[in-house]
Write a protein that binds this ligand. Structure first.
Ligand code: XMP
Length: 168
């Protein structure tokens, strides 16, 4: 497997994102929300790089492959979220690909009456993004290759790798 970003490169980038987010949210209540399962390693590192006190929550997003008659369906589960009313929300995902997941989640989170919703992704496959969503914080822009590691999986495997690699 070809290494795209080493553990050290990821750690340095995540710390810089954390510094930026700390500055932007220093005077307002913040809740960081990770998208399970892919963001779990990124969220764990990012929240320790954010110096501003904040709360934590998770949502689940999963895609189900469609049939000839039914297109691919995106299922969202927001049942275990903390109260977001009046708070700044930072929605954190591992990768922004077509943008469907973050677009749909942003709409659903707005129903919880937060002060504002911002988004952070570690990786952005910019050339693949179909929706108008523009992530507020981006770790790295990457080409259209399938990547694994640092939380990202292929059929449930490779999430444990401390680096990000391109799967052939
Ligand atoms: P959308 O298209 O909604 O997709 O922006 C976001 C979700 O798609 C998955 N995804 C990947 N997972 N390697 C992965 O392990 C990849 O290269 C990749 N591209 C997209 C991922 O679950 C992400 O949350």
């Amino acid at each position: 497997m070809q290494t795209l970003f080493t553990a050290r490169e990821i750690a340095e980038r995540v710390q810089r994102l954390g510094d930026e987010i700390s500055r932007d949210f220093q005077d307002s209540p913040l809740t960081v929300i990770g998208v399970l399962h892919g963001s779990v390693v990124f969220v764990a590192d990012l929240m320790r790089a954010i110096a501003t006190p904040h709360q934590l929550g998770f949502v689940t997003a999963s895609s189900y492959r469609g049939t000839a008659t039914a297109p691919e369906e995106l299922r969202l589960d927001l049942d275990s979220l903390p109260d977001l009313a009046g708070r700044n929300v930072l929605l954190v995902d591992d990768i922004l690909d077509t943008g469907r997941t973050l677009s749909a989640l942003t709409v659903r989170l707005a129903e919880c009456e937060p002060r504002a919703v911002r988004t952070a992704v570690l990786l952005w496959k910019k050339e693949r993004t179909e929706t108008v969503i523009m992530p507020d914080y981006v770790g790295f822009e990457i080409p259209n290759r399938f990547v694994v590691g640092y939380g990202l999986d292929f059929n449930g495997d490779y999430r444990h790798l401390p680096y990000i690699g391109v799967l052939d």
